[in-house]
Design a protein. Sequence first.
Length: 695
Amino acid sequence: MTDQYTLLSGRDAPFGATLDAQGCNFVLWAPEAERVELCLFDSKEQEIARIRFRERRGHIWYGYVQGVTSGVLYGYRVHGPHNPAQGLLFDPQKLLLDPYARALSRVLEWNDELYQGDSQYMMPKAIVWDDEFDWQGVVSPRHSDAQTILYEVHVKGFTKLHPDVPEKLRGSYLGLCQPAVLRHLQELGVTAVQLMPVASFMSEPRLIQLGLKNYWGYNSLCFMAPDPRYAVKHAVTEFKTMVRELHRVGIEVILDVVFNHTAEGGNGGPLLSYKGLDNRNYYCFDNGGAGPDYAHYSNMTGCGNTFNVDHPNALRLVMDSLRYWVTEMHVDGFRFDLAVSLAREGGEFDPYGGFCKALIQDPVLRNVKLISEPWDIGPFGYRLGQFPTQWRELNDRYRDTIRSFWRGDMGKMAEFATRLLGSRDIFPKSVRVIHSSVNFVCYHDGFTLEDTVSYEQRHNQANSEENRDGHGHNLSKNYGLEGPTRESRTCRMRLQQKRNMLATLLLSQGIPHLLAGDEMGRTQMGNNNAYCQDNRISWVNWQLNEEDEGLLTFVKQMIRIRRAAGAFTELHLADDRYFGSRTHADSVHWYHPDGSELTEGDWNAPSAQALVMEIIARENQEHWLVLFNASGYSINFELPEPLQGNQWQLAMDTVLHPGESKFLSSDNLPRLVATCGAHAMKLLRACPAGGCDMN
């Protein structure tokens, strides 16, 4: 106690630090602690007061400290039994972060020397934060699922090399909302940025010893605090500014959140927060027969521990964190990393257990976008298609099918068609909406699109794991030479295949997900697991050559077509009760190149690599044909007649023949014919004689 600060009777809720005009109320969960000390620090992180809480209600310690103002730094020292065999790890030498901290004084960086003994000098401090911010009346654009196009972005990597972002802002929250960046997003046509983890995180000690760092951020600690490494000065204010400016131009913000594990690791891992407060309940442990085996953390995440969302207080922390990001930071939704680990109860996956029920009933969270990564590495951890109907799910089978089909694998036609129409084998009609599948060809973990057509083997030597890390089954093809080349035929084929996969993605039912930079030929030089590469391997290169510029133009046009055409965003088929009370159902037909309709027995023909998809969207009065040819030779496709006396107008050809006729005519021909090049696709629309506006 000092003259400056006085401990008064406080309130036992809410958790965290709650500021008012006279001081601050502090509330901490520590059920088995014997003593709790609040440590206050000045702006230079020098301790200026240590206050022992006098009040406790059950598992909760609390106190009101008069004189505390916005900007004061704090941490906790918690006393109690230290008995690892019983899961009790209390150690007052370790300064602990508040799980409800909303801002940190600096980046959490592992330092083995400073951690030994008293950890005060290694640990950042939580900041007592005033949430005041001027949103200037800007609100979320709230795009429907049908209109949503996700764009996965790393806050630092996206702007670190951007020449039109001021140097001091590159790689920051503010860099992401600079005019040149906003212009790129708007002109591209995406509707939401999905940010890789921005909650405060720490690089693993192993990486520090190797001279590397955790670049991706999937090693969280304080779930509510935006990481200060992406801030110029004040992370909270700058994050809010970024969200406001993205919303101003019609772009939503989705956060990739990591609640499945923390940076405290497994046995022998550091005490940074949860372990020193309530180790036995914040984490899952292996079954020891007669009870938990506290010597072995359950590791269903591959990261040393598993956060125990099955426990009411841990679940409350997760829910409070999500609600905070929505109500205070104005984000529009979440992508849940290894979501299966969150939906386990007693170790078993339960899509209608506590976590999923809590989300669905919450009056705030049930109205935002919820995206699951539907697997973990625990027993029976692959659960694609098994989350509740309110969720959207990452569909890795979509990725694998599209890559396989376009690289020329045989026998993929039936599955390819299924993926185009929303993967109804995984998300059944009349049970799940057609947008349930989040479709992607590339994600942050794996090859970029450029590398998918340039490398057949991973090249992860820079990760210092002897090239053993990262997935070995990439379904990629290099088209003649591993890695970069100037050989013209190989370059043409690679570019064409990139267009094929991007066009397929943007013409598929479901929510498309683009990896930032894929529209500009970004390469990671064959590294398919660049989690520890905070350098040019991972950063987006904005110096585009002619080929990159052409690809960018192509993607912009494909997105314009998708957003303008209801046929590719929300089909309403007659056998799907989710199309509701519409008078006319849409229809889809499939044809062989000779114009005959595919029969049930045709779908699994092992050598079939070409087909036509016809879509008639009656309510929007749209009639489209998509020609797919994954074979190694050109094919003449006989086309059905366009409806209502229209003509087929060419909207897109991935071969991009210069000067090709805009219209196809059946004059002087027994049937209407279109030639589709080898390894290519075409998009045609039925239009009146004057043509259609494709924008």
